[in-house]
Write a protein that binds this ligand. Structure first.
Ligand SMILES: NC(=O)c1ccc[n+]([C@@H]2O[C@H](COP(=O)([O-])OP(=O)(O)OC[C@H]3O[C@@H](n4cnc5c(N)ncnc54)[C@H](OP(=O)(O)O)[C@@H]3O)[C@@H](O)[C@H]2O)c1
Length: 265
């Protein structure tokens, strides 16, 4: 592993999730981590909680101490924050900016050239879930492979689509909450309804996780005509419930692309 020190410019929700994942990983826990002083509470909490995590005095100090640099500020401030930093040619730069293309970020980080786009999610703290990476790189894949399932994209627009897919998060949690609340309203004690519902959703996902391309379509169709599952499927489909999810994703990618247009102006 050639990363000795990984630095984060922007210490927010995603950066701290990545650091919790790194520090919880048996393979990566000894990696040195440097964080920028904003957000001060989060940065000092990370530095006091873990060995080999230090809070730098400035964003430039983060870069100067790091081999790999993760750009983890919000996209709207990224250009002004990153442009004023002096990168080295040997820096590896990882952008997690949801709405900035690599061509844009590349123009801010010269003379560094090794630049990657990544879409991690906060559950990286638990070292689980997909991590979009573009382009491919053995070292980056190996490192982040200890923090989740790295899925390498062939071209950057594919990374944008995975970014859009992550926008179903709140809607999906709301579905699970709606199901659990229905159980409660109809007489299940709240804790039992939550326990049952969450465990049921977890098991459904693990049932498809092995053979993704074959199991999912089979499981969608596997129901007794006229049975309870069939009744629910038909009712939701007849009211456009499933189409709405695709409509929501259309709206998400449209917003993402509109933000790129703004940034190109
Ligand atoms: N959260 C997600 O699920 C997720 C998923 C995929 C990608 N992303 C991407 O990850 C990036 C970070 O998202 P986030 O959710 O972690 O946002 P966040 O919690 O708002 O974190 C951004 C951090 O940047 C800090 N910051 C602001 N100006 C700064 C500066 N000049 N120098 C250094 N730090 C500065 C902020 O500090 P203050 O709090 O002091 O303002 C804040 O703590 C975004 O680009 C987003 O598109 C997020």
């Amino acid at each position: 592993m050639d990363v000795k020190t990984i630095g984060f410019v922007g210490t927010g929700v995603l950066a701290s999730s990545m650091i919790h994942g790194i520090k919880g990983s048996p393979e990566l826990s000894r990696t040195r981590v440097v964080v920028s002083p904003r957000n001060a509470d989060m940065a000092s909490d990370l530095a006091s909680r873990y060995e080999n995590v230090t809070m730098a005095r400035s964003n430039q100090d983060v870069l100067d101490a790091s081999d790999w640099v993760v750009i983890s500020v919000i996209p709207s401030v990224a250009e002004s924050v990153v442009r004023e930093l002096r990168f080295r040619p040997d820096h590896t730069v990882i952008s997690v900016l949801a709405t900035k293309r690599l061509s844009v970020v590349r123009s801010w980080i010269s003379p560094a050239e090794r630049l990657f786009r990544m879409v991690p999610m906060p559950f990286i703290s638990l070292r689980t879930g997909p991590i979009t990476l573009y382009p491919a790189d053995d070292g980056v894949e190996e490192f982040f492979g200890h923090l989740g399932r790295v899925i390498v994209m062939d071209e950057e627009p594919q990374a944008e689509l995975t970014n859009a897919i992550t926008s179903v998060t709140n809607a999906t949690y709301t579905v699970i909450k709606t199901v659990a609340e229905w159980g409660e309203k109809n007489g299940l004690p709240r804790d039992k309804s939550l326990d049952y519902t969450i465990s049921y959703f977890e098991a459904m996902l693990s049932q498809i996780s092995g053979d993704r391309s074959n199991r999912l379509p089979r499981l969608v169709e596997e129901r007794t005509p006229g049975g309870m599952n069939d009744v629910v499927m038909r009712l939701i489909a007849s009211r456009g419930g499933f189409d709405l999810w695709a409509d929501g994703l259309d709206a998400a990618i449209k917003k993402c692309r509109a933000d790129y247009c703004e940034s190109a102006e």
